[in-house]
Ligand binder design. Structure first.
Ligand code: CP3
Length: 346
């Protein structure tokens, strides 16, 4: 059967056509919970690995082979397009993205945003090559591409590195809204260029990660974030999943006015309650509590069954954790979750 004739469970769920068995994949499935990943990464820095096509492709494929998940998530990072734009950034192990020069003043913003976002598309050949290699190996299993949302990227850029409450980025939007909108508008174009490269090369869906959006007041999300996140993903030729942590207070806004085919939900909000908030024309993704992945199997099994049951309230359900796989996770547990989800519909 040719790839075109087959519509994957993931894409069907995104289109609102509920498959008999819910598709399942895991955020951060490619990465530190896998010994074969740690082995491959020895001696290579994170961002160098992302820009080495055969390595990025192999790391993307590892969890698909091991767990039998219904999608691959492209191995890369939200800061890769910034590196491609010439911004000095590294990922420090155990910490996260760190920038040589934080973007804090109106002058900083003006200098950064003078870079043409088209530079990203031009420099993205290693990304296109990695996606092409991966898609060729995956066969009928779809590949999900991704990018960081403007706020989550700004939370790192303005601070200069990881922070708990993202105070500097949240202050900038109120104190200097012109600079904020300029920065967020530029980040939206940069992420859109990164998504475009992945789509050109064959990803079947994309996820916009606004991991830290939950630190925002709903009014700030609406005024300062949603228009830019919408610009990053509007009118793409593939379906969009929009994910954030702690977004319960403004979950309906996470639909981005209907541009998102699916909204990701963290572990705090039961999926039946989330479905009542977002309405019948959007798919939900989530929301196994990452803390329970380390619990005794009977406890985790009961929780996964509860997630599946509540997920039936949505127009369609893509099973995932409420956030990324914790690094210390026993990979065998993830495989067992996939088996449980796949057995549920039969
Ligand atoms: O498996 C996958 O999900 C695909 C690859 C992926 C990575 N990062 C690889 C990675 C994806 C989708 C991301 C997105 C990402 N990167 C986000 C949004 C997702 C989320 O978890 O909320 C964020 C906030 C980042 C920024 C970032 N990069 C952080 C906070 C870290 C963790 C730092 C650490 O080591 O604890 C990274 C590094 C990173 N990105 C790793 C991986 C596999 C670990 C690097 C390593 O193995 O040394």
């Amino acid at each position: 059967m040719g790839a075109m004739a087959h519509t994957s469970a993931l894409v069907r769920a995104l289109n609102g056509d509920r498959p008999e068995v819910a598709p399942v994949w895991f955020m951060r499935q490619a990465g530190r919970s896998l010994p074969e990943y740690r082995e491959l990464r020895v001696g290579t820095r994170m961002l160098d690995a992302c820009l080495t096509p055969d390595l990025a492709a192999e790391i993307t494929l590892q969890p698909v082979r091991r767990h039998g998940v219904d999608a691959g998530i492209f191995f890369s990072d939200i800061v890769v397009p910034l590196r491609l734009a010439g911004v000095e950034v590294e990922i420090e192990p155990g910490r996260g993205p760190v920038f040589a020069a934080p973007i804090r003043t109106a002058d900083d913003v003006a200098r950064l945003t003078a870079i043409d976002p088209a530079e990203v598309a031009a420099a993205a050949e290693p990304i296109r090559e990695a996606v092409r290699l991966t898609v060729a190996e995956l066969g009928e299993t779809p590949l999900i591409g991704f990018a960081g949302a403007p706020f989550t990227l700004a939370a790192y850029l303005v601070e200069g590195g990881p922070s708990k409450e993202h105070l500097r980025a949240r202050a900038m939007m109120h104190a200097d809204p012109d600079s904020w909108h300029r920065l967020a508008g530029w980040l939206a174009q940069v992420s859109r260029a990164f998504l475009g490269a992945q789509i050109d090369a064959g990803v079947q869906a994309v996820q916009l990660f606004d991991s830290w959006a939950g630190s925002l007041a709903p009014a700030a999300f609406r005024a300062f974030i949603a228009p830019h996140s919408t610009a990053a993903v509007t009118d793409l030729p593939v379906p969009v999943i929009h994910f954030g942590v702690g977004t319960g207070p403004f979950l309906a806004d996470m639909r981005l006015g209907g541009v998102a085919s699916a909204v990701g939900v963290d572990w705090r909000l039961p999926l039946d309650e989330a479905a009542a908030i977002v309405g019948p024309d959007v798919t939900l993704q989530g929301n196994i509590d990452p803390a329970l992945v380390g619990a005794p199997w009977p406890v985790l099994e009961a929780h996964v069954r509860d997630v599946l049951r509540r997920g039936r309230a949505a127009r369609a359900h893509i099973v995932n954790l409420g956030h990324g796989v914790p690094p210390e996770t026993d990979p065998a547990v993830l495989t067992r979750i996939v088996e449980l989800v796949h057995a549920d519909g039969e």
